[in-house]
Design a protein around this ligand. Structure first.
Ligand code: ATP
Ligand code: MG
Length: 443
């Protein structure tokens, strides 16, 4: 069922030395789902020092990744295999880290400390699957269910709350009722978890097409990490353009985006400013002037708090700020968009398409067809090697600018950008002579 040449060799080597060893966790789950596993974790009765010694002796590189927690990485053909000793976690005092781990001798005990039934199965190439907690049955029924008493398991480690949502969202599973209730009951424990770990799980939830379903069902849980979500819930737009409140509009938009993190984050945040900036006219219609700026400021604050990387934060900021630009369907405008956001030009279109599908179809269907055309145009421009899109496509380089008498420094880049603008706006041909002449005339 699961076969990886190197992992099999690790397992058999441990067996030959008198130890038990099995494939465990995500790789068993994914193989049973018919998904090719990306990495193979192994669990063994050998103590970490023993594992380490066995593979060193056999000539492998061994990294003592987390020897205190029982994990040793064996490097095979440049791939790393985590081999972890059967263990149970000691007492948790802070819903985060066990104070200690204790090595144990039975596979069953090791599987019992794992988070969900579908993650608590092991496999041996000779003897097959070990499934003590009904993982296979839950996979069949598409259930995420804690191993053991859910509230206790979330109190031990609150990150499991987000892990449950991540696995459910990734495979479009249902969270089993007791586990689901415990998630809601224990949500406040998420306050104990570090921003980095939250962000990583949060992205894992968001990136899937079924994520909106989980935002809807667990909005109060998400509000513990992103309280800025709550003002959107039930906030009526009272506008001819809209048939949903801001939250539901955002959810429908999320359901209509590709599984791309930048696009998903942008769509999630794009209208968060609406409940802050809204005004109501005499007819009772609402207007949201300036919501783009307020929304991108909220996005920025959230992404800083969650310790997202700078690049992601900046890209999302720009896409949220410009989400209502309504780029016209013409080549110069398309080139201007590409010049401004580079590789994110297509993402800007995906965001507007999603936004559009969350609005009143009577009002926006014409624009949707236009967006399809615009998307084709941008795809063609990006693919076309002849088109002048990036600074590197210009017929002259920084060196040539300096040769025209401009002092080396930031001014050179500024001038190149001006030239690129002139060319993409079709005011100048992308020809060496014309560009040099332009520099001499103006600078
Ligand atoms: P992925 O495909 O996302 O890597 P995975 O199941 O391999 O899924 P990991 O985070 O790599 O998930 O963890 C490996 C295994 O370790 C899990 O399958 C689970 O058995 C166990 N595990 C990981 N984190 C926890 C946790 N917080 N509490 C209990 N068990 C955990
Ligand atoms: Mg894994």
């Amino acid at each position: 069922m699961i076969y990886d040449k190197n992992a099999n060799e690790i397992i058999y080597t441990l067996n030959k030395n008198g130890y038990e060893a099995y494939y465990v966790g995500g790789c068993v789950r994914d193989a049973l789902l018919g998904i090719k596993p990306c990495d193979f974790d192994i669990t063994t009765s050998a103590k970490p020092e023993e594992t380490s010694a066995i593979f060193r002796r056999a000539g492998y590189t061994v990294i003592e990744t987390g020897i205190k927690h029982g994990t040793v990485s064996v490097i095979f053909d440049k791939k790393s295999y985590e081999v972890t000793t059967f263990r149970v976690d000691g007492k948790y005092s802070d819903s985060r880290h066990p104070e200690s781990v204790e090595f144990v001798s039975s596979l069953k005990e090791d599987l019992a400390r794992r988070d969900f039934t579908v993650n608590a199965m092991a496999y041996h190439p000779n003897t097959g699957i070990f499934d003590f907690f009904g993982g296979r049955e839950d996979l069949k029924n598409k259930f995420i269910r804690c191993v053991g008493e859910p509230v206790k398991r979330f109190e031990e480690d609150a990150l499991r709350i987000l892990r449950a949502l991540r696995f459910a969202s990734r495979y479009d599973f249902t969270i089993e009722e007791n586990t689901s209730n415990a998630i809601k009951q224990c949500k406040a424990l998420l306050d104990n978890i570090s921003a980095e770990r939250i962000y990583s799980e949060f992205c894992g939830i968001l990136i899937n097409s079924s994520c909106a379903k989980f935002f809807r069902n667990y909005v109060d849980v998400f509000a513990v990490i992103i309280p800025e979500i709550l003002p959107m819930v039930g906030f009526e737009q009272k506008s001819r353009w809209h048939i949903y409140d801001v939250f539901e509009h955002t959810m429908v938009a999320l359901e209509n985006t590709p599984d791309d993190l930048i696009v998903k984050l942008t769509v999630l945040f794009h209208d968060m400013g609406k409940p802050i900036v809204f005004t109501e006219d005499e007819q009772g219609f609402r207007h949201f002037k300036g919501h783009q700026k307020v929304s991108c400021e909220i996005a920025e604050k959230i992404l800083r708090r969650l310790k997202a990387d700078n690049k992601t934060r900046e890209r999302v900021y720009t896409l949220v700020l410009h989400h209502d630009d309504r780029i016209p369907l013409d080549e110069t405008a398309a080139l201007r968009l590409i010049r401004r956001v580079g590789e994110d030009a297509l993402r800007a279109i995906y965001v507007e398409k999603a936004d559009n599908l969350g609005q009143n179809p009577v009002m926006v269907s014409k624009r949707y067809s236009e967006l399809n055309e615009l998307q084709k145009m941008v795809e063609k421009l990006i693919k076309n090697d002849e088109a002048c899109i990036y600074l590197s496509d210009l017929a002259i380089s920084g060196k040539d600018v300096i040769a025209c008498g401009i002092k080396p420094g930031p001014r050179v880049g500024e001038i190149l950008n001006i030239l690129l603008e002139e060319v993409t706006e079709k005011r100048l041909p992308n020809e060496r002579e014309a560009l040099v002449d332009f520099i001499f005339r103006l600078f």
